[in-house]
Design a protein. Structure first.
Length: 344
């Protein structure tokens, strides 16, 4: 999705002027001194975004010198995800890369790993509590704000819909609150209607259908996850003869999140207007980079990195590497640096 500077296997992040992102730990961690199997746990595989991430994992593990197990799919079940963590710990993994489904529930799995001295890197979703070596994630508040600004500049007044993610996830909360706050502050002539859809395609389609029956004058839609919401949204609009392309009278302005190839095709066709590209490739790359560093006993400090991101300290005290996530529109949809244009 974005161009990311290559990092040689085992190399530390380059020093910023203040030296804030250089690893500061030594060797000899409980994670195995940088060697041993690494478990990789996915939240779901029904989304093209996570399918792409899953494809990147073995490639990035190899490039970063990580011995990763075959990925495990928790199938959208937070309880199953805890079981998956337990199972991999019982297999003797020395590190875990986990994409949490529920920001609160994941604490139980993190505690299990901590008791066994196994470091964990969280990808895409930050836990509310628990010990992780690093969260590899983009700024989800920025996702909601970018979507708001795009819609606000295209739609001067009227009703807009945000199809929200799971509010048990910090991602769903961040995107929803940021979009809502931005509209209230900067575009007060817009009225936001909300659909809590829990990252579920069927839920999104059903609730959008009901909402459109009562509000046929919708002018804009913000989908918080194109991977699960794109197809049902377009199908619902088409069934109601409301899917008008850009430039046609009655076109509903649509902005999404994910940066999957299907979204880019929809932008090219004029079916949707924009998306914010989540870096599936960089999620896999830096998930592997940071778990290897954690297994070697290395630690990091807040500050800029050498791959156009910034490590920040969350209120919980957890460190998060916030990777870039650009807005994609018709003007840059063919950029070869976007990961969605490299997927075959």
């Amino acid at each position: 999705m974005i161009g990311v500077l290559a990092v040689a296997a085992g190399a530390s992040l380059a020093l910023a002027a203040c030296g804030s992102t250089k690893d500061t730990g030594g060797s000899g961690s409980a994670g195995g001194g940088g060697t041993g199997k690494v478990g990789v746990i996915l939240p779901l595989l029904t989304s093209p975004f996570w399918q792409s991430y899953n494809d990147y994992v073995p490639k990035m593990a190899k490039s970063e010198g990580v011995d990763a197990l075959k990925t495990v799919n928790s199938n959208s079940d937070p309880s199953q995800q805890i079981t998956d963590i337990n199972n991999q710990l019982n297999q003797g993994v020395k590190g875990l890369v986990v994409a949490p489904l529920d920001s609160a529930a994941i604490e139980a799995g993190l505690d299990q790993a901590d008791r066994k001295g196994v470091p964990v890197v969280a990808v895409d979703v930050a836990p509310d509590k628990g010990k992780v070596a690093m969260v590899v994630r983009a700024d989800n508040v920025a996702y909601g704000t970018k979507a708001c600004d795009y819609l606000g500049q295209q739609v001067t007044s009227g009703k807009v819909v945000q199809i929200m993610g799971d509010l048990a996830s910090v991602n769903g909360r961040d995107r929803s609150e940021a979009f809502r706050s931005c509209v209230k502050t900067k575009y007060p002539k817009l009225k936001v209607l909300e659909i809590p859809a829990k990252w579920e395609s069927d839920t999104a389609a059903s609730k959008l259908d009901t909402l459109l029956n009562a509000n046929p004058d919708i002018k804009g839609i913000y989908m918080q996850a194109g991977g699960v919401y794109l197809a049902p949204t377009l199908q619902t609009l088409k069934a109601k003869s409301m899917l008008k392309t850009v430039g046609q009278k009655g076109h509903i302005v649509i902005v999404s999140n994910d940066g999957i190839p299907q979204e880019y095709d929809a932008i090219r066709k004029g079916q949707i207007d924009a998306t914010v590209s989540q870096p599936a490739d960089a999620y896999a790359k830096y998930g592997m980079y940071y778990i290897k560093a954690a297994m070697e006993g290395k630690t990091f400090k807040p500050g800029p990195t050498d791959h156009d991101s910034t490590i920040v300290k969350l209120p919980s005290g957890i460190l998060e590497d916030q990777l870039p996530a650009p807005l994609v529109t018709k003007s840059n949809v063919d950029d070869p640096k976007l990961w969605g244009n490299t997927v075959k």
